[in-house]
Design a protein around this ligand. Structure first.
Ligand SMILES: [Zn+2]
Length: 273
């Protein structure tokens, strides 16, 4: 494995990307980090502040010996992140965090919210759609928004009375620009929506070239890369979550993809040297 493997171990894929040597020239200011992947500029943007450790108690099936051998007794390194892809003059944003630092950090990249052309949503949890509204106002007024029909139905169409106010209000606010897709659909800019259900009913991974955005497929990568059958307590359907995790990790490996996720550990510039 070349040095790039450190990046894969730290933040993307341990098994999947040993031959992915074309990710180079990462740049960071400590809160965002960009790298080029076959002509796409990919930028990791951390929405949270500082270190985020996930308590090991959240992970079903992680035994004590494993926790100790991995040195994660005090918590598993994670983040709350979104990803910006810039390609062919367009700005594609994948998720929006929960309304933390995303806008300020986008601004540091010279990308105002009005410049986001496409917004792809992996699922409707608040730490992914929370950055879409400020009060009742849309934050990304010019974005065409893409979400899974299954996810929309689970949270909006089939909502119990009085439930899911955030999801309903957010999707209503973006109604004019909202596009619902099915798994397998090819979306604008060649982005493909891939079934990653389990964490939520319509949880989606997105592929853009050799980049695979895996959303919340993993919350504790250090544990779940060793044993993909370990679920976070947040995974609504554990069996589907395990199936999706195993299938997508294999898919990434088989196709030499680089994957990034919303709760993978922060990327570091030295991972690219
Ligand atoms: Zn999440």
């Amino acid at each position: 494995m070349k040095k790039i493997s450190v990046f894969m171990i730290a933040a993307t894929c341990l098994m999947a990307c040993s031959q992915a040597t074309q990710v180079k020239q990462a740049a960071t200011n400590g809160e965002v980090l960009s790298f080029n992947l076959d002509g796409q500029k990919v930028t990791w943007i951390q929405d949270n502040t500082g270190l985020r450790l996930m308590p090991v108690q959240l992970f079903v099936g992680a035994d004590s010996a494993m926790i100790d051998s991995l040195g994660v007794r005090d918590g598993v390194s994670a983040s709350m992140s979104a990803f910006l892809v810039q390609v062919n003059g367009k700005n594609l944003l994948f998720d929006t965090g929960m309304g933390g630092n995303l806008l300020r950090r986008l601004d540091s990249l010279g990308v105002p919210p009005s410049a986001i052309d496409y917004l792809f949503i992996t699922h409707f949890h608040g730490d992914h759609i929370g950055g879409m509204l400020k009060g009742d106002t849309v934050v990304f007024p010019n974005a065409q928004v893409y979400a899974a029909q299954l996810e929309y139905d689970a949270w909006v169409t089939n909502a119990e009375p009085g439930q899911n106010a955030q999801q309903i209000n957010t999707m209503k606010a973006y109604e004019a620009n909202l596009h619902l897709f099915n798994f397998g659909d090819t979306l604008p800019m060649g982005v493909v929506a891939i079934d990653a259900k389990g964490h939520t009913p319509g949880h989606t991974a997105f592929q853009s070239g050799r980049l695979l955005v895996i959303g919340d497929l993993m919350h504790g990568a250090a544990l779940q890369l060793v044993n993909p059958d370990i679920c976070a307590s947040f995974d609504a359907d554990k069996a589907n979550s395990i199936e999706s995790r195993r299938r997508l990790l294999k898919y990434a490996a088989d196709n030499n993809l680089v994957y990034v996720g919303m709760h993978l550990p922060p990327l570091k510039a030295e991972d690219f040297k």
